[in-house]
Design a protein around this ligand. Structure first.
Ligand SMILES: *Cc1c(COP(=O)(O)O)cnc(C)c1O
Length: 388
């Protein structure tokens, strides 16, 4: 979350005063869904309690289940990796490339006759190589569920992220570009994907009136419904999205322009610079030792940069349930134990990912720094870079 103002407070107050918290009693959620569909350029949006809920409902919508394998990157938030297990499918980890997004060539290597879907993750607001992924998916008849949880409003070759694959997922938790504390959305233009996800996220549509209009039979689901209070806040946040993105983009462009000549590091490649959400600037070094010493030297200049290896829960080595091969609370529900084609997960299974992350440093882009402050910030990075 980058901006929070009195508009969010007023919108939330209105809902409290109305007493209409339930999404089918008010209009905030349905209005947000219409607005988001229009923005993303899809037929349907289902707002939900979280990005995780939208990933799981998306997999249900795509018909993914037991016996299926789902390929996803070894660098993403843990929720991406756990979502397949929630529908009985097996997560298969693929390496990332220097863009820090899934490496399409490694996806190709990880294919088996059981592969059903790919979850490309637009990590740090940077689009995946969607051209290669969509081509590969078409060639092998695979479904694509885009994880755009860190990339609200980003684009790839002029298309909104989330609208390129069969379905897309967004998160509006505290740490995302726009936020209502906890929230998410699933988007799709495919009717059957929409209907299955709708039923699944809404306790078999027991409380709603649309169930009679569905073309599919309803089935047992969860309750992942968002409430009106959160949707009202989200609608205000949505009005801020374009402003946040253009401010982020302006600062990142300035930093990139100033730093691209440096020889101590290179800037991690970006598949579509125009569509980058610009939340993070990534610097790539020749060796992990160089990256570590550069980060120590920056600290002396009072600049704090992060190693993506230390980011919380984003690297596969930290995904304990997978590393311990515990895919569910009960062994009889555990896709990792039920599969006839067991998969092993180990700390060293994606060496290329660990190498790239170890050589990368992350700088958070800010929307509150003035141009002078940004130049001063960049100047200190350049000063350190000169001694390399
Ligand atoms: C935040 C995030 C999620 C999950 O979102 P929640 O709303 O916290 O459930 C999934 N994937 C990625 C890449 C994320 O960054």
């Amino acid at each position: 979350m980058y901006i929070l103002g009195k508009e969010e407070v007023e919108a939330a107050c209105k809902v409290v005063e109305s007493g209409r918290f339930f999404r089918y009693r008010g209009t905030e959620t349905s209005t947000f869904e219409k607005e988001w569909s229009e923005k993303i350029g899809v037929k349907h949006t289902i707002a939900m309690t979280s990005g995780t809920a939208s990933l799981i409902s998306g997999l249900v919508g795509l018909g993914v289940g037991p016996g299926d394998e789902v390929i996803l990157p070894a660098y993403t938030y843990i929720a991406t990796a756990l979502a397949p297990l929630a529908v009985g499918a097996v997560p298969i980890l693929a390496e990332i490339d220097e863009s820090l997004t899934i490496d399409p060539q490694d996806v190709e290597r990880k294919l088996t006759p059981r592969t059903r879907a790919i979850i490309p993750v637009h990590m740090c607001g940077v689009a995946c190589n969607m051209e290669a992924i969509m081509e590969l998916a078409q060639r092998h008849h695979l479904m694509v569920l885009e994880d755009a949880c860190q990339a609200s409003g980003g684009t790839y070759q002029g298309k909104m992220l989330g609208s390129i694959g069969d379905a897309g997922c967004f998160s509006f938790n505290q740490f995302k570009i726009i936020s209502c504390g906890e929230g998410g959305a699933l988007v799709t233009s495919r009717q059957e994907v929409y209907e299955r996800a709708l039923v699944y996220h809404d306790s078999a549509c027991f409380m709603s009136t649309y169930s009679r209009k569905l073309r599919i039979p309803n089935f047992a689901g969860m309750n992942f419904r968002i409430n009106e209070l959160l949707s009202a806040i989200l609608r205000v946040q949505f009005t801020r999205l374009d402003g946040i993105l253009s401010a982020l983009c302006a600062e990142k462009r300035l930093m990139m322009k100033e730093l691209e000549q440096e020889t101590a590091f290179t800037l991690n490649p970006i598949h579509d610079v125009e569509g980058d959400c610009s939340t993070i600037l990534s610097l790539l070094f020749e060796s992990p030792e160089k990256a570590a010493s550069f980060s120590r030297d920056l600290l002396e200049e009072n600049l704090i940069v992060d190693s993506p290896l230390r980011s919380y829960g984003m690297v596969y080595t930290q995904w304990e349930p997978l590393m311990q091969h515990r895919g569910a609370h009960h062994p009889a529900c555990d896709a990792l134990k039920l599969t006839k084609f067991p998969v092993t997960y180990s700390q060293d299974m994606c060496p290329k990912t660990l190498s790239i992350l170890g050589r990368t440093l992350h700088i958070n882009v800010s929307i509150t720094r003035s141009q002078e402050e940004t130049m001063d910030f960049v100047g200190r990075i350049k000063k350190v870079a000169q001694s390399y």
